[in-house]
Design a protein around this ligand. Sequence first.
Ligand code: SF4
Length: 228
Amino acid sequence: MNVSEIFLSIQGEGRTAGVVSVFVRLAGCDLRCAWCDTEYALDIKPAQSLTVEEIINRVETYPSRQVVVTGGEPLIAPELPMLLQELKKRDKYITLETNATRYHPIVCDLVNISPKLANSTPRQGPYAQFAETHEKNRLNIEAIKSFIINYDYQLKFVVESERDLSEIDAILKELPGVDRDRVMLMPQARTKQQYRKRGPEIARLCVEKGYRYSPRLQIELWSRRRGK
Ligand code: SF4
């Protein structure tokens, strides 16, 4: 499998924020978000090629039961189902982080579904050439529905401002009975300064709308340092 990094850290986002976890970051992604904070994992060229067994051996060198499989976009890896099965055999609590542009049945305890809003489309900058395909592929309502029906989940949106809320409302209308407590708004921020500036505004929107606020501890604590 194409692996960008494996490391022990603290989950920075979602309802398990703060929990010590082993991160398995797979390389490769089908999207190119304008504000992606893991650009180094988008391409498979710099990745290490490891077998499922080698990944499991590395994971087992860490004491944590919690394993976060992330990316890039993990679901594009054909060996992902096997990796998750092997982790489950070792009684790991698995969180899968996905942009949900596709659905495959997999073994997992919590799916962190993170559909990308229009604010993610790279209209300018280094990924501008991908804007059209990104816009076409970023939302797959049927895939999101399948995850919601079949798994314990949280639905996390990266939000820049109040303008994003109408798009979130429209997405939720297409989904089956999503409890607002499972819907999380997370500030779009690549730096500590951006996070601190935007965080209070996003928290205010959560209070008004009854959504849950997701922190971004990896930015707050380590400013996007790799392996953290
Ligand atoms: S889906 Fe995630 S990994 Fe892929 S480009 Fe967007 S933020 Fe980056």
